[in-house]
Design a protein around this ligand. Sequence first.
Ligand SMILES: [Zn+2]
Length: 96
Amino acid sequence: MNEQEHPLYLDGNALAGPLGEIFTTDPTTAWRLCPSCRLPATMAQLHVYGPEPGLTARCPGCAAIALRVVTQPGYLWLQLGSGAGAFRFARPHITS
Ligand SMILES: [Zn+2]
């Protein structure tokens, strides 16, 4: 096994599935300016680690946490940045 077969992270397109459940537009096209290193990046360009206990998306420039997503039956938790709590969204199509 090597890093190419099992990369340490996925690109931000890994967020399309869980965030696509709650956002009607493709969330991976959202643009962000990193408050830590000022690198502009779309959500698709973030480095995504996980999947357990959830997906953590980090800035590709400085690895600052951009967002975290945790899914559970019926709910999706979204934390923006590295603190200040998380939003809980209902996942109406997911009951188990
Ligand atoms: Zn950064």
